[in-house]
Ligand binder design. Structure first.
Ligand SMILES: [Zn+2]
Length: 508
C-alpha cells in the first residue's frame, strides 16, 4: 500500500513537471503545440519555434559531426515511398501497437503506455494476455472520462497512408533506416565493394500513433538520425576501430542485472566482450559511438545508461539490441537511442521483393549478403532531454537560468550596449560585425541591463558582452558567463579568440 502511494506521488510530480516544462518551452519559443494552435490542435504534432529550431540545428550539427568524423557518409532519401518497400521491410504487416477502447467514451489508447503511466512498469514487450491482466490488476481507467476499458486488445497500424498521383498507394516512411538500405548497389560501387560501408541519414519520419501524450517524445511526425554499418560476419568479430576504444567504460545494464534489480555496471568494452555482455567488436564500437553522441550534445553521464533488450523484446531478426536511456524529470528513464544488429534481414528482404542481387563478393571470393548494425534515434529526444534537465535546475536563488550546453544553446552570445545613447550602440554594432563571423550573436539594446540579462539567462545564452562608457576609452568590454555570473574585462581585439577558447574549453 505504501509502495502504491509513493508511486502515485512520483507519477503526480512528474506530470506536474511535464505541464510546467511544456508551458515554459512554448512561452520561451522553443516548442509550440500541439499544432495547429490557431485552430483545433491535433495531438502528436509540434513546431520548433524561434529559438527551438536554432537549438535543434545545433543538436543535429553535433550528431552529424560525430558521424562524419567516424567516416559515415550522409544521404537523404524521399519521405514518400511506394507500398512495396514496406511490404518488403515487414512494416505493413507487423508495425502496429496494442490498443484498448474505453467502453464509456469510446476513446482509444495505447495499452502498454497506459500501464506504464499508471504503474511505472515497462509493458512494451507484454503479450495481449499480459496487457489485459495488468489492466485488471491495476484497475486502470480511461484518462479522459474515468470509464472502464473493454478488455480486448486491438491492433493499430502505425503506417501513415497517402497517395501518389491518382491512385498509387504509398506511405510516409515510419523510419529513415529502410530508405537508407535501398541504394545498396550504389554504395557498393562507391566503396568499391569493400566492407564496411558506413552511411547515415537525418530526416523526418511518421508514425500514426493512437493517442500520443508525451510531448516531443511521442510525435506523429518526428526527426530521426539513423546510421547503418554494412559489414561482414568476420569483420564484426575483428573490427580495427574497436582497438582504439576498447578501454572506454560504459554503464551497461544487462538483462541479468535488470532481473536482479541491480544497478548498471560501469565496465570497459574489452571486459564487456570477455564477459559476453556484448557479442562482437563492431557492435561494441557502435554502442560506444551512440554513447559518445549523447555526451557530445551535452547529456550528463550520470543520466545515461545502456539497457540490454530482453530476449522477448527483440525484433525476431535482431541478433543483439540495446537501448540508450536517459533519466528525465518529466518521464523517468526514457529510451532515446537503439543500437540493433539487424543481421542480413533487410537486404535479404529487399533482394527478394526487388528480384535484384544485393550481395557482394568478398576478397576471398565468397559471395555474401552483409549484416547491418544500426544506431537509431529520434533527434527530438536528446533535444527534449537537454531542456528537461536544464529546466529542472532552472531556479537559482535569485533568477531563472537554463544551463544549456554552450555549443547547443540557441543563441551563443548576447551583445548589450549599456545605454541606447552616447555612441554605445554604434560601438556595439562595430563589435558585432567582427564577432558574428564566428558566433551567432543576438543584439539587444532595449530595457535595463538587469532585465536584458535575465531574459537571456532564461533561454540559456551562455555569454553576454556589455559595451559601456569605458569601452569607448579603453577598447575593452565586459564578458559575463551565464552560470557562474563571473565577469571578465577583455580587450575588443582579443574578443573572438577568447570567446572561441570559452566555447572550446569552458570559462576560466
Ligand atoms: Zn473514456
Amino acid at each position: 500500500m505504501i509502495r502504491i502511494v509513493v508511486i502515485m506521488a512520483k507519477i503526480k510530480e512528474k506530470q506536474q513537471f511535464q505541464i510546467e516544462l511544456a508551458k515554459y518551452l512554448a512561452e520561451k519559443d522553443f516548442v509550440y503545440g500541439p499544432e495547429p494552435e490557431l485552430y483545433d490542435p491535433v495531438a502528436g504534432f509540434y513546431s520548433y519555434g524561434l529559438l527551438g529550431k536554432a537549438m535543434k540545428n545545433n543538436v543535429e550539427a553535433a550528431i552529424r559531426d560525430v558521424f562524419t568524423k567516424n567516416n559515415f557518409f550522409e544521404v537523404e532519401m524521399p519521405i514518400i515511398t511506394p507500398e512495396v518497400v514496406w511490404k518488403a521491410s515487414g512494416h505493413l504487416d507487423g508495425f502496429n501497437d496494442p490498443v484498448v477502447i474505453c467502453s464509456k467514451c469510446k476513446a482509444s489508447f495505447r495499452a502498454d503506455k497506459l500501464i506504464e503511466e499508471n504503474t511505472e512498469i515497462a509493458a512494451d514487450s507484454y503479450s495481449d494476455e499480459q496487457l489485459i491482466e495488468a489492466f485488471k490488476e491495476h484497475e486502470i481507467k480511461c484518462p479522459t472520462c474515468k470509464g472502464r476499458f473493454e478488455l480486448e486488445i486491438k491492433r493499430h497500424s502505425l503506417m501513415m497512408k497517402t497517395k501518389i498521383g491518382a491512385d498509387t498507394v504509398a506511405y510516409s516512411r515510419p523510419e529513415t533506416a529502410t530508405t537508407t538500405y535501398l541504394p545498396f548497389k550504389r554504395y557498393s560501387q562507391f566503396f568499391r565493394g569493400k566492407l564496411p560501408f558506413t552511411v547515415f541519414q537525418i530526416g523526418k519520419a511518421f508514425r500514426n500513433e493512437i493517442s500520443p501524450r508525451q510531448h516531443l517524445l511521442r510525435q506523429r511526425e518526428f526527426t530521426q538520425a539513423e546510421a547503418q554499418i554494412f559489414i561482414s560476419k568476420e569483420q564484426k568479430q575483428k573490427f580495427d576501430p574497436f582497438l582504439e576504444i576498447e578501454n572506454e567504460k560504459l554503464p551497461l545494464w544487462t538483462e541479468a542485472l535488470q532481473k536482479a534489480e541491480k544497478k548498471p555496471e560501469l565496465i570497459s568494452l574489452k571486459d564487456a566482450l570477455k564477459k559476453k555482455y556484448l557479442k562482437n567488436q563492431a557492435y561494441a564500437w557502435s554502442i560506444n559511438l551512440a554513447y559518445k553522441i549523447f555526451l557530445s550534445v551535452g547529456i550528463p553521464k550520470e543520466r545515461i545508461r545502456l539497457r540490454q533488450h530482453h530476449a522477448d523484446e527483440k525484433a525476431f531478426y535482431a541478433d543483439d539490441a540495446w537501448d540508450l536511456e536517459v533519466e528525465l524529470n518529466s518521464f523517468g528513464w526514457t529510451e532515446c537511442c537503439g543500437v540493433h544488429d539487424r543481421t542480413t534481414y533487410d537486404l535479404t528482404q529487399h533482394a527478394k521483393f526487388s528480384k535484384q542481387d544485393l550481395s557482394i563478393r568478398l576478397e576471398s571470393g565468397e559471395k555474401i549478403v552483409p549484416d547491418v548494425i544500426e544506431i537509431a534515434f529520434g533527434v527530438d529526444r536528446p533535444f527534449f532531454s537537454l531542456l528537461d534537465i536544464a529546466f529542472f535546475r532552472r531556479d537559482d536563488a535569485k533568477r531563472t537560468v537554463l544551463s544549456l550546453p554552450a555549443n547547443i544553446a540557441p543563441m551563443q552570445i548576447g551583445l548589450l550596449p549599456l545605454l541606447k545613447k552616447d555612441g554605445l550602440p554604434e560601438k556595439a554594432l562595430e563589435i558585432k560585425k567582427e564577432i558574428e563571423k564566428q558566433f551567432r550573436v543576438y543584439y539587444d539594446a532595449s530595457g535595463s541591463i538587469g532585465k536584458r540579462y535575465s531574459r537571456l539567462d532564461a533561454v540559456g545564452v551562455p555569454y553576454c558582452i556589455t559595451v559601456d562608457h569605458d569601452s569607448l576609452k579603453d577598447e575593452s568590454v565586459t564578458v559575463r558567463e551565464r552560470d557562474s555570473l563571473k565577469q571578465v574585462r577583455i580587450p575588443i581585439k582579443e574578443l573572438t579568440q577568447k570567446l572561441g577558447q570559452y566555447f572550446e574549453e569552458g570559462f576560466e
